[in-house]
Design a protein around this ligand. Structure first.
Ligand code: PXL
Length: 330
């Protein structure tokens, strides 16, 4: 049975398993006139006055971290704080285990479900099929990659990145999941380097990841610079290599390198213990700024300030680590 509401197709179908009427909207058609509403979605007429220009749209392909400090939760909060429309496609669910030294319990999302999320997101926000821009409709052009966690997920995500030519692919190369079986972790690291790193336009390795990606030992700012340069040479991407609390000295030092500019970004350390969500929020802030049109260097500077303020205003919990507060710059 089909009926039409405005110019949007509305289909009602009987689902014998669920014993109720399902309301299905054709995903290829948009609501133009008359408001419509159901349990899940609300649309208003395009004639309704718009309160603000459409925000830039950004996607994070990342894991859920149940306590809300890291992962997709940190990314979405950062996106919102920096004024972009955030979307999260989940790759895995991480639950720290308070009964086992807060190691990660890691459950991958089914590959088909990851592919389905990416399909839905790119159909909704990718370029129009005819390639023409539609007034008022933002186009998803900037993606952040967080925890992928398995070689299978890496292949699924690499396929989606290759099928959609995003201008900005920000890779937070999450290489190790605490408590993961070492052989599996090694396979994942190698797949990430082989399949995702070459597609990245901006990479944000921490101290450990920068050593792993560059093959260099990092003991001070000079070796952090050498690692950033090496990672740029391997990947072609802009690099923000983080010394964080791992390098000695009063400042948390990061190095930016994009093939032309080598800049040391420095801020006074806030304590000597890493804060949960700092890496995710830094990469997410870079992502938001790039989506708004900032240069890679300006995006790195803004992200560093954002994370420094978030660490100063961190949130304590029953876990042995604090979480960054994305509202720190308010
Ligand atoms: O901070 C790295 C990270 C990224 N993504 C998820 C995580 C973590 C660390 O715990 O759980 C989902």
């Amino acid at each position: 049975m089909a009926t039409t509401l405005g110019r949007r197709q509305l289909r009602r179908s009987w689902n014998p398993d669920q014993q109720h009427v399902q309301t299905l909207y054709s995903p290829t058609k948009r609501a133009f006139d008359g408001g419509w509403q159901d349990g899940a979605m609300t649309s208003v007429s395009v004639d309704a006055p718009q309160s603000a220009a459409a925000p830039a749209v950004v996607l994070t392909i990342a894991g859920s971290e149940a306590t809300g400090g890291a992962g997709a939760q940190a990314d979405l909060k950062t996106f919102q704080e920096l004024g972009v429309f955030g979307i999260a496609n989940l790759t895995c669910i991480v639950s720290f285990n308070p009964n086992d030294q807060w190691n990660h319990r890691f459950v991958p999302v089914d590959q088909q479900v990851i592919a389905d999320q990416l399909e839905a997101t790119t159909a909704a926000y990718g370029p129009a099929p005819d390639g023409k821009s539609v007034p008022g409709r933002p186009v998803l052009d900037t993606v952040k990659i967080g925890m992928l966690g398995s070689p299978a997920t890496i292949s699924t995500v690499a396929d989606a990145l290759e099928a959609n030519s995003f201008s900005n692919v920000v890779l937070d190369p999450v290489l190790i999941c605490k408590g993961q079986e070492p052989g599996h972790a090694l396979d994942t690291d190698q797949a990430l380097k082989a399949q995702i790193l070459p597609l990245a336009t901006f990479v944000t390795p921490n101290h450990f990841e920068a050593e792993s990606l560059s093959g260099l030992e990092i003991t001070d700012v000079e070796s952090l610079k050498a690692a950033a340069i090496r990672i740029h040479e391997i990947s072609g991407a802009a690099v923000l290599a983080k010394g964080g609390v791992r390098l000695e000295g009063p400042d948390a030092v990061d190095v930016f390198y994009d093939g032309e500019t080598l800049e040391v970004l420095s801020a006074p350390k806030v304590g000597e213990v890493a804060v949960s969500g700092a890496g995710c929020s830094l990469a997410a802030a870079v992502t938001a700024e790039l989506a708004k049109g900032a240069s890679p260097l300006d995006a790195a500077r803004t992200a560093k300030d954002f994370v420094t303020a978030g660490i100063r205003n961190r949130v304590a919990s029953g876990a042995p680590f604090d979480a960054l507060w994305q509202g720190g710059t308010r």
